[in-house]
Design a protein around this ligand. Structure first.
Ligand code: PAF
Length: 282
């Protein structure tokens, strides 16, 4: 596996791959790789000629007081996992490399970034969009793979790619879950054993919402109330939001009469976790 640490090295690798007619797949990550990330790498390896994975804990997507310093880092373990999957290239830049002296340019987006996670993390998506666009410009992939766990992230990235005519195909793959349903996340590593037990209430709440819709409940308020009730049954867990939103606009809806996304974010102790389920109403 080729390891590129500078933008120039990475751009050269990509230019070379493209010049020899290879299709480039790209999986951007912040490392601490789990089965969810690896499912993206596997899909890219199956669908493209060369897979590039980036590991970069992007400082601009963390707000003040968030877990930038504590975010789990395991380059050695991650490299082993990537090599085992036949990853062709790892891009592992430093923050100084990505945001060079005098850095002053950011990507902002209207509407989609001010809801759901954007309410309690108002600068988060500007950081995500900025780094993802930079990574796309450096790696120049044909396809880029993201997980559905970060549902809002996938929607805002698709919007950016469309609005700014970025020549890349975005592929979003299903959430990979632990046996009890907890969505895989690098942040699960923060949970104590009792917090780990509590954390599954988020997924259970979403399942309860889906069950109600399946039984014919059309009031989003009733579904939200039921989902909140499940989370509130776990005293160590605090709700950031539990919402029923339109899959593309991400706006809250009142009457459920088509596909919706049930999305939630909770704090388990000091750890913020997110999850979602897409529900198709027939
Ligand atoms: O989903 C993530 O891990 C990050 O938000 C991403 C897309 C790698 C950008 O830093």
């Amino acid at each position: 596996m080729k390891v590129c640490r500078t933008i120039e090295e990475m751009a050269f690798y990509s230019q070379d791959a493209r010049a020899s007619g290879r299709d480039l797949g790209f999986v951007p990550t912040m490392g601490a790789l789990h089965a969810g990330h690896l499912s993206l790498v596997e899909r890219s390896a199956a669908e493209t000629d060369s897979t590039v994975v980036s590991i970069f804990v992007n400082p601009t997507q963390f707000g003040p007081g968030e877990d930038l310093e504590a975010y789990p880092r395991d380059l050695e373990g991650d490299s082993e996992k990537l090599k085992a999957l036949g990853t062709d290239c790892l891009f592992f830049p430093t923050p100084e490399e990505m945001y060079r002296d005098g850095y002053a340019t950011y990507v902002t987006q209207e509407r989609l970034t001010g809801v759901l996670c954007g309410v309690s993390r108002p600068t988060h998506f500007t950081g995500v969009l900025t780094v993802v666009l930079k990574l796309f410009n450096i790696v120049r992939p044909h396809r880029a793979y993201f997980g559905q766990k970060d549902y809002q992230q996938s929607v805002v990235i698709r919007r950016m790619v469309k609005d700014l005519d970025v020549p890349v195909e975005i592929v979003v793959l299903p959430i990979v879950r632990e046996d009890d349903g907890l969505a895989m996340s690098s942040r699960n590593a923060y949970l104590s054993p009792s917090e780990r037990n509590d954390a599954v209430c988020l997924h259970r709440a979403l399942l309860r919402g889906r069950e109600l819709i399946g039984k014919g409940e059309a009031s989003a308020a009733a579904v939200v109330k039921a989902m909140r009730g499940v989370v509130e049954g776990s005293p160590g867990v605090r709700i950031d939001y539990m919402s029923v939103v339109h899959p593309e606009s991400l706006q809250g809806i009142e009457k459920i009469d088509g596909a919706v996304v049930l999305a939630g974010a909770v704090f388990v102790g000091g750890t913020r976790l997110i999850d979602n389920i897409i529900v198709e109403r027939s």
